[in-house]
Design a protein around this ligand. Structure first.
Ligand code: S3P
Length: 398
């Protein structure tokens, strides 16, 4: 049985269905063709859906059907449509639901395959060979940035099945973002770690486009988000890398549900919460000041959390931090009960979190180790991702 879904993606004619079926046969797993699934749901052919309801409608149904693949009874090999990864944030969604594989054969192979099956592909109707070539190269340029985000890319399909068998053996590593962040900020780290782990990210409630809901922001709410994600994705246990607040959530999860967590790496997590440290943090969360002094940051926050309002987001974060300062934070005795191996990472140039507070917690933890990164400041965007991921791999694999 597979550990999780495998999503095959790539241009029309790249062999997604052919190789998907071959792989399913070889690995004894079920196979699903997303186009066929859509046709069944809509009781209509892809060509008719395009003709009668238009592409925008098709893309909406496609995104909905894709998300239904998270609920299949058994982990499945799924061949996507050529355009699936490029609409409705589908790529971010699917790469956090299993292994994604980009089939990238040479152009000549694509042309040869597509010349055969043009009649049922609405986007190719009526094209001659020259038009087809032009279409492929233009669309490929548009789509490559999406395809390239896949866990692995394969040009020679002979290597596909052994590689998938190997990929299935990787442990799952969950990356948790910080208080003002979102899963997309961890994209590059996710890519760098994908050779060694089945790397997943998620958005906490109210972050990165996920709705606020009714509950106020809290570490317990975000811990519930992780549990829900693990449940939905049939993940029994995960290692975790948590950046800033994400590290705090990871430790809280380990404390409350020790069996759900393997090893933990934190970076730049604030541990010293008191009324005065909280109010210092909260001063930096004033939207009026941010707009006036760092307008680019204001814009980035607005884009990151839309459709939710970034100003409300800051307000909710500030309330949570004040509560942490007012007795909601974990106590030393809480940390001391955690038995997991934890690497507590901190940048020597971090102005928000001190080496001292990190060291204190590393010592209180039963199996804690401190790691000081000489040149790292606080923002994740400014740390050397290569050095960081090397240390994560070293610690998690030792
Ligand atoms: C499309 C590819 C098709 C199908 C639809 C749109 C695309 O799937 O989803 O015609 O935008 O590239 P295949 O890649 O399986 O042909």
């Amino acid at each position: 049985m597979l550990k999780h879904n495998i999503y095959l993606l790539g241009f029309m004619g790249s062999g997604k269905s052919h190789w998907g079926k071959a792989m399913a046969h070889e690995l004894g797993a079920p196979f699903l063709d997303l186009d066929a699934f859509i046709e069944e749901k809509e009781a209509s052919s892809i060509r008719t859906i395009f003709e009668q309801k238009g592409e925008a409608y098709f893309r909406m149904v496609e995104a909905t059907c894709l998300r239904e693949t998270a609920k299949l009874e058994e982990p499945t090999i799924i061949a996507l449509g050529g355009g699936t990864p490029c609409f409705h944030d589908n790529m971010t969604w699917l790469k956090n639901r299993g292994t994604s594989i980009f089939l990238d054969p040479p152009l000549a192979v694509l042309i040869q395959q597509l010349e055969k099956g043009m009649a049922h592909r609405p986007l190719l109707l009526g094209m001659d060979k020259e038009a087809l070539k032009e279409f492929i190269s233009q669309k490929m340029t548009e789509r490559r940035p999406f395809y390239e985000q896949a866990t692995i890319k394969i040009s020679n399909t002979n290597t596909l099945i052994p590689l998938v068998k190997m990929m299935q053996k990787r442990n799952t590593l969950l990356l948790l973002h910080g208080a003002l962040g979102s899963q997309k900020q961890l994209n590059e780290i996710q890519t760098l770690l994908t050779k060694d782990f089945d790397v997943r990210t998620l958005n906490f409630t109210g972050h990165g486009g996920k709705a606020f809901g009714d509950a106020p922001f809290s570490i317990d709410l975000f811990t519930e988000d992780v549990l829900a994600y693990m449940e939905e994705n049939n993940l029994e246990q995960v290692d975790i890398f948590g950046y800033s607040m994400g590290g705090y959530v990871a430790l809280n999860l380990a404390r409350l549900h020790p069996n759900k967590v393997g090893k933990i790496v934190t970076l730049a997590t604030k541990f010293a919460w008191s009324p005065s440290t909280a109010s210092k943090e909260v001063k930096m969360l004033n939207p009026v000041t941010i707009e006036a002094k760092v307008p680019a940051f204001a814009k980035a926050l607005a884009a990151r959390h839309q459709p939710e309002d970034w100003k409300v987001h800051l307000e909710k974060t500030a309330t949570m931090m004040l509560e942490l300062g007012n007795g909601k934070a974990l106590l030393k005795q809480d940390f001391s009960k955690i038995q997991h191996k934890v690497l507590v990472g901190i940048g020597a140039k971090d102005k928000m979190v001190s080496v001292e507070e990190s060291q204190e917690i590393a010592e209180v933890l039963t199996n804690g180790t401190l790691l000081v990164f000489e040149n790292f400041p606080h923002p994740i965007e400014k740390v050397d991702r290569t050095i960081l991921t090397q240390e994560i791999v070293k610690f998690l694999k030792e």
